[in-house]
Design a protein around this ligand. Structure first.
Ligand SMILES: Nc1nc2c(ncn2[C@@H]2O[C@H](COP(=O)(O)OP(=O)(O)O)[C@@H](O)[C@H]2O)c(=O)[nH]1
Ligand SMILES: [Mg+2]
Length: 201
């Protein structure tokens, strides 16, 4: 078993464009999701740090790709969230192209953590991202975030609904209930990341 200590994660760098990615060795796991899906909170809970991934209430503010280093050969990549419901088509397409080209071209990327608010899972862009990751053969961990907003019973109902829709891809996609607030699913998230790390390093 790996001995990754997520608490020691630190901010490495930000880049503005995919073309700024340099060839690097080591393994990357990317976090992606709509703005407000709880991505920054999840990265903060994973690393047990309050402000590592700054979280803001302004949707879509983070447009940079942020890299965090867990160990010298393992990085977490915080992809920009998608936040503008009424965004012009061009912005939407640019964002999709950016994510897609990262999924396609990054040699280091070994897994994708896709965060969806349990109250509104599988929105359009979530579906698009799942499709892109499947095409690129990147395994996906799907976190149903803020599950504390639901009763246990409703959590399970929603879990089963999402599971059923994605059943066909179960060899490449896992689903996990998650709450940063109530610390649900954090150990499962860690073991998935450890597992990807162990497999590819
Ligand atoms: N109830 C609850 N709220 C959460 C949880 N995680 C995040 N939030 C809230 O959801 C909002 C968006 O969170 P944030 O992490 O900034 O989302 P991001 O935009 O995806 O990075 C904030 O107001 C958080 O306090 C959670 O596990 N439970
Ligand atoms: Mg954020």
């Amino acid at each position: 078993m790996s001995i990754l200590n997520y608490n020691k994660t630190f901010f490495l760098k930000s880049i503005a464009k995919i073309s700024d990615i340099k060839i690097e060795h080591g393994i990357e796991i990317a976090f992606v999701g709509y703005s407000n899906s709880g991505k920054s909170s999840a990265i903060n809970s994973l690393t047990n740090q309050k402000k590592l991934a700054r979280f803001s209430k302004t949707p879509g503010r983070t447009q940079l790709i942020n890299f965090f280093q867990v160990t010298s050969d393992f990085r977490i990549v915080d992809l920009p969230g998608y936040g503008y419901a009424q965004a012009p088509l061009l912005i939407k397409i640019n964002w999709q192209n950016m994510i897609y080209s990262y999924l396609k071209t990054s040699r280091s990327l070994k897994g994708l953590v896709l965060l969806m608010d349990i109250r509104h899972p599988l929105k359009n862009l979530d579906q698009d991202i799942i499709n892109m990751a499947l095409i690129c053969k990147i395994p996906i961990l799907l976190l149903l975030t803020k599950c504390d907003k639901f009763t246990i019973n409703n959590q399970n109902i929603q879990f089963r609904k999402v599971h059923k829709k994605l059943e066909t891809f179960s060899n490449q996609l896992h689903i996990q209930l998650f709450s940063s607030l109530k610390k649900i699913g954090i150990e499962k998230l860690k073991s998935k990341l450890n597992c990807w790390y162990e497999k590819y390093r």
